[in-house]
Ligand binder design. Structure first.
Ligand SMILES: Nc1ncnc2c1ncn2[C@@H]1O[C@H](COP(=O)(O)OP(=O)(O)OP(=O)(O)O)[C@@H](O)[C@H]1O
Ligand SMILES: CC(C)(CO)[C@@H](O)C(=O)NCCC(=O)O
Ligand SMILES: [K+]
Length: 258
Protein backbone atom coordinates (compact mmCIF):
# COMPACT_ATOMS: atom_id res chain seq x y z
CA UNK A 1 0.00 0.00 0.00
CA UNK A 2 1.00 3.58 -0.61
CA UNK A 3 1.48 6.10 2.18
CA UNK A 4 0.98 9.67 0.93
CA UNK A 5 2.19 12.50 3.16
CA UNK A 6 1.16 16.13 2.63
CA UNK A 7 3.17 18.31 4.96
CA UNK A 8 1.99 21.92 5.23
CA UNK A 9 3.31 24.69 7.44
CA UNK A 10 0.52 24.06 9.99
CA UNK A 11 -0.65 20.47 9.54
CA UNK A 12 0.67 17.24 8.10
CA UNK A 13 -1.80 14.79 6.58
CA UNK A 14 -1.07 11.07 6.17
CA UNK A 15 -3.28 8.98 3.86
CA UNK A 16 -3.23 5.28 3.04
CA UNK A 17 -4.01 4.49 -0.60
CA UNK A 18 -4.81 0.91 -1.57
CA UNK A 19 -4.30 1.43 -5.31
CA UNK A 20 -7.82 2.63 -6.06
CA UNK A 21 -8.95 4.68 -3.07
CA UNK A 22 -7.90 6.23 0.21
CA UNK A 23 -8.78 3.89 3.05
CA UNK A 24 -7.72 6.17 5.92
CA UNK A 25 -6.51 9.71 6.58
CA UNK A 26 -4.96 11.20 9.72
CA UNK A 27 -3.79 14.71 10.55
CA UNK A 28 -1.08 15.90 12.91
CA UNK A 29 0.56 19.24 13.63
CA UNK A 30 3.72 19.85 11.61
CA UNK A 31 6.78 19.76 13.86
CA UNK A 32 10.18 19.46 12.30
CA UNK A 33 11.65 17.97 15.51
CA UNK A 34 9.50 14.84 15.27
CA UNK A 35 11.66 11.78 14.67
CA UNK A 36 11.17 8.74 12.40
CA UNK A 37 10.42 6.63 15.48
CA UNK A 38 7.74 9.04 16.66
CA UNK A 39 6.05 8.99 13.25
CA UNK A 40 6.08 5.21 13.30
CA UNK A 41 4.55 4.84 16.76
CA UNK A 42 1.87 7.43 15.99
CA UNK A 43 0.94 6.05 12.57
CA UNK A 44 0.92 2.36 13.41
CA UNK A 45 -1.19 2.83 16.52
CA UNK A 46 -3.78 4.66 14.41
CA UNK A 47 -3.61 1.96 11.74
CA UNK A 48 -4.13 -0.77 14.32
CA UNK A 49 -7.03 1.19 15.80
CA UNK A 50 -8.66 1.21 12.34
CA UNK A 51 -7.72 -2.47 11.85
CA UNK A 52 -5.56 -1.67 8.84
CA UNK A 53 -2.65 -4.00 8.31
CA UNK A 54 0.70 -2.19 8.39
CA UNK A 55 2.01 -3.24 4.98
CA UNK A 56 3.23 -0.01 3.43
CA UNK A 57 5.44 -0.60 0.41
CA UNK A 58 5.74 2.90 -1.05
CA UNK A 59 5.84 6.46 0.25
CA UNK A 60 5.24 9.76 -1.57
CA UNK A 61 5.80 13.11 0.14
CA UNK A 62 5.03 16.77 -0.52
CA UNK A 63 6.52 19.11 2.05
CA UNK A 64 6.38 22.89 2.22
CA UNK A 65 8.69 22.66 5.26
CA UNK A 66 12.15 21.54 4.08
CA UNK A 67 13.34 20.52 7.57
CA UNK A 68 10.76 17.76 8.06
CA UNK A 69 11.81 15.84 4.96
CA UNK A 70 14.93 14.35 6.55
CA UNK A 71 13.04 12.52 9.30
CA UNK A 72 10.27 11.45 6.93
CA UNK A 73 12.92 9.89 4.68
CA UNK A 74 14.42 8.04 7.63
CA UNK A 75 10.90 6.92 8.61
CA UNK A 76 10.25 5.44 5.12
CA UNK A 77 13.66 3.83 4.96
CA UNK A 78 13.86 2.38 8.49
CA UNK A 79 10.31 1.07 8.83
CA UNK A 80 9.12 0.38 5.28
CA UNK A 81 12.47 -0.20 3.53
CA UNK A 82 11.55 2.15 0.73
CA UNK A 83 12.97 5.32 -0.80
CA UNK A 84 10.18 7.89 -0.81
CA UNK A 85 9.31 9.98 -3.85
CA UNK A 86 9.65 13.58 -2.70
CA UNK A 87 7.94 16.19 -4.89
CA UNK A 88 10.32 18.88 -6.05
CA UNK A 89 13.43 16.77 -5.35
CA UNK A 90 15.71 14.93 -7.76
CA UNK A 91 14.17 11.60 -8.65
CA UNK A 92 10.62 12.92 -8.78
CA UNK A 93 9.35 13.68 -12.28
CA UNK A 94 6.17 15.69 -12.82
CA UNK A 95 3.59 14.91 -15.50
CA UNK A 96 3.18 18.65 -16.19
CA UNK A 97 5.58 21.44 -17.11
CA UNK A 98 6.50 24.24 -14.71
CA UNK A 99 6.83 27.56 -16.55
CA UNK A 100 8.05 30.18 -14.07
CA UNK A 101 11.05 32.48 -13.63
CA UNK A 102 14.39 30.63 -13.52
CA UNK A 103 15.49 29.89 -9.97
CA UNK A 104 11.96 29.92 -8.52
CA UNK A 105 11.33 27.10 -6.04
CA UNK A 106 7.58 26.65 -6.43
CA UNK A 107 5.91 25.19 -3.32
CA UNK A 108 5.54 21.44 -3.82
CA UNK A 109 1.91 21.61 -2.60
CA UNK A 110 1.15 23.97 -5.47
CA UNK A 111 2.77 21.64 -8.00
CA UNK A 112 0.77 18.72 -6.58
CA UNK A 113 -2.46 20.75 -6.72
CA UNK A 114 -1.70 21.61 -10.35
CA UNK A 115 -1.18 17.95 -11.24
CA UNK A 116 -4.37 16.95 -9.40
CA UNK A 117 -6.42 19.73 -10.97
CA UNK A 118 -5.24 18.82 -14.46
CA UNK A 119 -5.86 15.12 -13.89
CA UNK A 120 -9.43 15.69 -12.69
CA UNK A 121 -10.55 18.77 -14.58
CA UNK A 122 -8.21 19.32 -17.56
CA UNK A 123 -6.66 22.69 -18.37
CA UNK A 124 -7.35 26.40 -17.93
CA UNK A 125 -7.86 26.18 -14.19
CA UNK A 126 -7.37 28.32 -11.12
CA UNK A 127 -6.73 26.06 -8.11
CA UNK A 128 -7.41 27.80 -4.79
CA UNK A 129 -6.02 26.15 -1.63
CA UNK A 130 -6.98 27.54 1.80
CA UNK A 131 -4.04 26.46 3.93
CA UNK A 132 -1.60 28.42 6.09
CA UNK A 133 -1.41 30.69 3.07
CA UNK A 134 -4.19 30.93 0.49
CA UNK A 135 -2.65 30.04 -2.85
CA UNK A 136 -3.99 30.42 -6.37
CA UNK A 137 -2.27 28.15 -8.88
CA UNK A 138 -2.83 28.89 -12.55
CA UNK A 139 -2.96 25.80 -14.76
CA UNK A 140 -2.47 26.34 -18.50
CA UNK A 141 -4.44 24.59 -21.25
CA UNK A 142 -1.81 21.81 -21.39
CA UNK A 143 -1.73 21.37 -17.61
CA UNK A 144 1.45 23.37 -17.02
CA UNK A 145 1.87 25.38 -13.81
CA UNK A 146 2.38 28.94 -15.02
CA UNK A 147 2.37 30.88 -11.75
CA UNK A 148 -0.25 32.28 -9.45
CA UNK A 149 -0.94 34.26 -6.32
CA UNK A 150 0.01 33.86 -2.64
CA UNK A 151 -2.21 35.61 -0.07
CA UNK A 152 -2.16 35.40 3.74
CA UNK A 153 -4.24 32.49 5.02
CA UNK A 154 -7.60 33.01 6.71
CA UNK A 155 -6.47 31.84 10.16
CA UNK A 156 -3.18 33.69 9.74
CA UNK A 157 -5.06 36.95 9.08
CA UNK A 158 -7.15 36.50 12.23
CA UNK A 159 -4.06 35.59 14.26
CA UNK A 160 -2.23 38.63 12.93
CA UNK A 161 -5.01 40.92 14.20
CA UNK A 162 -4.98 39.23 17.60
CA UNK A 163 -1.18 39.32 17.88
CA UNK A 164 -0.80 42.93 16.79
CA UNK A 165 -3.65 44.58 18.67
CA UNK A 166 -3.86 44.28 22.46
CA UNK A 167 -7.67 44.56 22.58
CA UNK A 168 -8.44 42.08 19.79
CA UNK A 169 -9.17 38.52 20.96
CA UNK A 170 -8.43 35.20 19.30
CA UNK A 171 -11.34 34.54 16.94
CA UNK A 172 -12.32 31.58 14.75
CA UNK A 173 -13.54 32.25 11.24
CA UNK A 174 -17.25 31.99 10.53
CA UNK A 175 -19.80 33.77 8.39
CA UNK A 176 -21.07 36.75 10.40
CA UNK A 177 -24.80 37.39 10.47
CA UNK A 178 -24.38 41.02 9.44
CA UNK A 179 -21.69 42.94 7.59
CA UNK A 180 -21.85 45.64 10.24
CA UNK A 181 -20.60 44.01 13.42
CA UNK A 182 -22.03 45.21 16.73
CA UNK A 183 -19.30 43.60 18.87
CA UNK A 184 -15.56 43.10 18.49
CA UNK A 185 -15.71 39.46 17.46
CA UNK A 186 -18.42 40.11 14.87
CA UNK A 187 -16.43 43.06 13.48
CA UNK A 188 -13.30 40.91 13.10
CA UNK A 189 -15.22 38.04 11.53
CA UNK A 190 -16.85 40.39 9.08
CA UNK A 191 -13.53 41.93 8.08
CA UNK A 192 -11.85 38.63 7.40
CA UNK A 193 -14.87 36.73 6.01
CA UNK A 194 -16.13 39.37 3.57
CA UNK A 195 -12.61 40.61 2.90
CA UNK A 196 -11.73 37.09 1.85
CA UNK A 197 -14.80 36.71 -0.36
CA UNK A 198 -13.71 39.91 -2.08
CA UNK A 199 -10.10 38.77 -2.31
CA UNK A 200 -11.02 35.48 -3.97
CA UNK A 201 -13.50 37.09 -6.37
CA UNK A 202 -11.15 39.89 -7.40
CA UNK A 203 -8.10 37.69 -7.88
CA UNK A 204 -10.00 35.10 -9.94
CA UNK A 205 -11.59 37.83 -12.11
CA UNK A 206 -8.22 39.45 -12.71
CA UNK A 207 -6.52 36.17 -13.57
CA UNK A 208 -9.27 35.40 -16.11
CA UNK A 209 -9.03 38.92 -17.59
CA UNK A 210 -5.23 38.76 -17.80
CA UNK A 211 -5.40 35.37 -19.54
CA UNK A 212 -8.32 36.49 -21.74
CA UNK A 213 -10.26 33.25 -21.42
CA UNK A 214 -12.74 31.37 -19.30
CA UNK A 215 -11.15 29.31 -16.55
CA UNK A 216 -12.67 26.94 -14.04
CA UNK A 217 -11.99 27.63 -10.38
CA UNK A 218 -11.22 24.55 -8.28
CA UNK A 219 -11.01 24.83 -4.49
CA UNK A 220 -9.54 22.73 -1.72
CA UNK A 221 -8.75 23.16 1.98
CA UNK A 222 -11.01 23.03 5.00
CA UNK A 223 -12.31 26.57 4.69
CA UNK A 224 -13.41 26.54 1.04
CA UNK A 225 -16.96 25.25 1.78
CA UNK A 226 -17.53 28.01 4.33
CA UNK A 227 -17.00 30.67 1.66
CA UNK A 228 -18.85 28.74 -1.03
CA UNK A 229 -21.91 28.58 1.27
CA UNK A 230 -22.16 32.37 1.25
CA UNK A 231 -21.11 33.23 -2.32
CA UNK A 232 -20.71 31.11 -5.45
CA UNK A 233 -16.93 31.42 -5.81
CA UNK A 234 -15.86 27.98 -7.03
CA UNK A 235 -16.88 25.64 -9.84
CA UNK A 236 -15.61 22.55 -7.99
CA UNK A 237 -14.47 21.60 -4.49
CA UNK A 238 -12.26 18.61 -3.74
CA UNK A 239 -11.33 18.02 -0.13
CA UNK A 240 -8.64 15.49 -1.08
CA UNK A 241 -7.17 17.38 -4.04
CA UNK A 242 -3.57 17.42 -2.78
CA UNK A 243 -3.73 13.75 -1.78
CA UNK A 244 -5.13 12.86 -5.18
CA UNK A 245 -2.25 14.72 -6.83
CA UNK A 246 0.26 12.75 -4.77
CA UNK A 247 -1.17 9.45 -6.07
CA UNK A 248 -1.01 10.74 -9.67
CA UNK A 249 2.64 11.75 -9.22
CA UNK A 250 3.42 8.43 -7.55
CA UNK A 251 1.90 6.42 -10.43
CA UNK A 252 3.63 8.59 -13.03
CA UNK A 253 7.05 7.98 -11.45
CA UNK A 254 6.35 4.25 -11.00
CA UNK A 255 5.46 3.94 -14.69
CA UNK A 256 8.64 5.81 -15.69
CA UNK A 257 10.74 3.43 -13.56
CA UNK A 258 9.15 0.25 -15.00
N1 LIG B 1 -15.48 25.86 9.83
C1 LIG B 1 -14.19 25.96 10.17
N2 LIG B 1 -13.81 26.91 11.05
C2 LIG B 1 -12.53 27.03 11.39
N3 LIG B 1 -11.54 26.26 10.91
C3 LIG B 1 -11.87 25.30 10.05
C4 LIG B 1 -13.19 25.08 9.62
N4 LIG B 1 -13.17 24.04 8.75
C5 LIG B 1 -11.91 23.64 8.64
N5 LIG B 1 -11.11 24.39 9.42
C6 LIG B 1 -9.65 24.32 9.55
O1 LIG B 1 -9.13 24.59 8.30
C7 LIG B 1 -7.88 23.97 8.19
C8 LIG B 1 -7.87 23.24 6.88
O2 LIG B 1 -6.76 22.45 6.75
P1 LIG B 1 -5.85 22.56 5.47
O3 LIG B 1 -5.13 21.27 5.37
O4 LIG B 1 -6.65 23.01 4.33
O5 LIG B 1 -4.86 23.71 5.86
P2 LIG B 1 -3.85 23.78 7.08
O6 LIG B 1 -3.58 22.40 7.54
O7 LIG B 1 -4.37 24.76 8.08
O8 LIG B 1 -2.62 24.46 6.36
P3 LIG B 1 -1.30 23.80 5.77
O9 LIG B 1 -1.75 22.74 4.79
O10 LIG B 1 -0.63 24.95 5.15
O11 LIG B 1 -0.60 23.22 6.95
C9 LIG B 1 -7.70 23.04 9.38
O12 LIG B 1 -6.82 23.63 10.31
C10 LIG B 1 -9.12 22.97 9.97
O13 LIG B 1 -9.09 22.82 11.38
C1 LIG C 1 2.90 29.34 -0.30
C2 LIG C 1 3.02 28.09 0.53
C3 LIG C 1 3.49 28.44 1.94
C4 LIG C 1 1.61 27.47 0.63
O1 LIG C 1 1.62 26.28 1.33
C5 LIG C 1 3.97 27.06 -0.13
O2 LIG C 1 3.48 26.68 -1.36
C6 LIG C 1 5.38 27.61 -0.30
O3 LIG C 1 6.14 27.63 0.64
N1 LIG C 1 5.73 28.05 -1.55
C7 LIG C 1 7.01 28.53 -1.93
C8 LIG C 1 6.96 29.70 -2.83
C9 LIG C 1 6.14 29.52 -4.10
O4 LIG C 1 5.28 28.65 -4.20
O5 LIG C 1 6.36 30.29 -5.06
K1 LIG D 1 -2.79 22.08 2.55
Amino acid sequence: MLLAIDCGNTNTVFSIYDGSEFIATWRTATEWQRTADQYYVWLTSLMRFEKIEVDITDVVISSTVPRVVFNLRVFADRYFHTRPIVVGKAGCALPVEVRVDAGTAVGPDRLVNTVAGHDLFGGDLIVVDFGTATTFDVVDTDGAYIGGVIAPGVNLSLEALHNAAAALPHVDISQPEHVVGTNTVACMQSGVFWGYVGLVREICARIKAERGREMRVISTGGLAPLFQQAVDLFDEFRDDLTMHGLTVIYKYNKDLAD
